[in-house]
Design a protein around this ligand. Structure first.
Ligand SMILES: *Cc1c(COP(=O)(O)O)cnc(C)c1O
Ligand code: SF4
Length: 335
């Protein structure tokens, strides 16, 4: 069965774009007409979490601007080498929440499938940057153990596809998984956490829309957008396609110093998202992962930002500021 599917998988446009993603810091800087100096670039490559950024995302960066908010999210700098107290390799308790290979549960009724370790982009602040993905999956997996475990637990009503980025998988594999989930009677909702709709909108092609439009499960795609500059016409078109298949669109943002930690930036982000049919969901305080301390903002300044957002925006465009604390039964809202 798997053999047959594998044989039928063809290289799609988005897969070609991913294969052509920039992996060399110097190449990225050259494209943006920047020298190494202004950002104290790490000259040695980080083999465990190297640069990875598709051209489509680079095209949204400003040329000649070392502090471009999109560039800062992907370019490793010397600051990553700093060892900072309180920043570790497993900040959100994933090890303790692992049910079995590829399956995490922290919250009642919702289970998270780590569908793949691959991502279309490597975000320097990512809390999974040290995650031992090797323990969880091969490239293309057999879904039976995951489906059987979900089928056996009737307390579950929602399945979240995560990773890595679940949309890194070929549609053939995703269709197979989602079809299997649809057959589990106690499931009501499917959620997909993905940065693809923002980073590489061509991912939302006919083949993806096929399986996503077909499932009986009430489907939400939670995109991950941190700055209004990430949304362009192509992104809006892709999101509109998802909407046309009755997919609910939400966004999560990570609060990042030097990228989006201002009331103006976050207000604009909410407004741009809403114009694109997306409601803000979570604003995450940075997970304290080593190598990302330079993106950290204080809880105090985050609360002040929220106060400012509430004054500027209608309630439905104000994201919920949350902090994930290992072992707690939900992401803790900060007010
Ligand atoms: C964040 C997360 C969820 C989703 O939480 P919601 O509050 O439902 O958005 C579910 N499972 C795990 C393991 C998570 O980390
Ligand atoms: S899991 Fe999400 S935040 Fe982390 S590197 Fe992948 S796309 Fe970026």
């Amino acid at each position: 069965m798997l053999q047959r599917i594998r044989a039928s998988v063809q290289t799609k446009a988005w897969q070609k774009s991913l294969a052509e993603a920039v992996r060399q810091p110097r190449e990225l800087l050259a494209q943006l007409a920047l020298s190494d100096d202004p950002i104290s670039l790490l000259t040695d490559h980080q083999p465990d979490f190297p640069l990875r950024v598709p051209q489509s995302y680079i095209r949204r960066m400003a040329v000649g601007e070392p502090n471009d908010p999109l560039l800062r999210q992907v370019l490793s700098t010397a600051a990553e080498r700093a060892h900072v107290e309180g920043f570790g390799t497993s900040p959100v308790g994933d090890d303790a929440a692992t049910l079995q290979s590829g399956l995490l549960q922290k919250y009642q009724g919702r289970v998270l499938v780590l569908a793949t370790a691959a991502c279309p982009i490597h975000c320097r602040y990512c809390f999974r940057r040290h995650f031992p993905y090797g323990d969880h999956n091969g490239q293309h997996r057999d879904w039976h153990p995951v489906l059987n475990a979900i089928a056996a637990d009737t307390t579950l009503s929602e399945v979240i596809l995560s990773g890595g980025d679940p949309l890194s998988l070929a549609d053939e594999y995703l269709a197979e998984l989602v079809e299997g989930l649809g057959k589990i009677a106690h499931l009501k909702r499917l959620r997909i956490h993905s940065r693809f709709p923002v980073v590489l909108p061509e991912r939302i092609d006919r083949s993806l829309l096929g399986w996503i439009g077909k499932t009986r499960l009430n489907t939400t795609v939670v995109i991950h957008c941190n700055h209004g500059n990430e949304i362009n016409g192509e992104v809006r078109d892709g999101l509109a396609q998802l909407k046309s298949r009755n997919v609910t669109l939400l966004n999560q943002t990570v609060l990042l110093k030097g990228v989006n930690d201002s009331a103006e930036t976050l207000t604009e982000l909410s407004e741009i998202l809403f114009e694109a049919g997306v409601l803000p969901y979570y604003l995450h305080l940075l997970d304290r992962v080593s190598g990302a301390a330079h993106f950290d903002t204080s809880e105090q300044s985050a609360l002040l930002l929220m106060e400012s957002l509430r004054r500027r925006l209608p309630g439905y465009l104000v994201p919920r500021l949350v902090k994930e604390i290992a072992g707690e039964p939900y992401k803790r809202p900060l007010t």
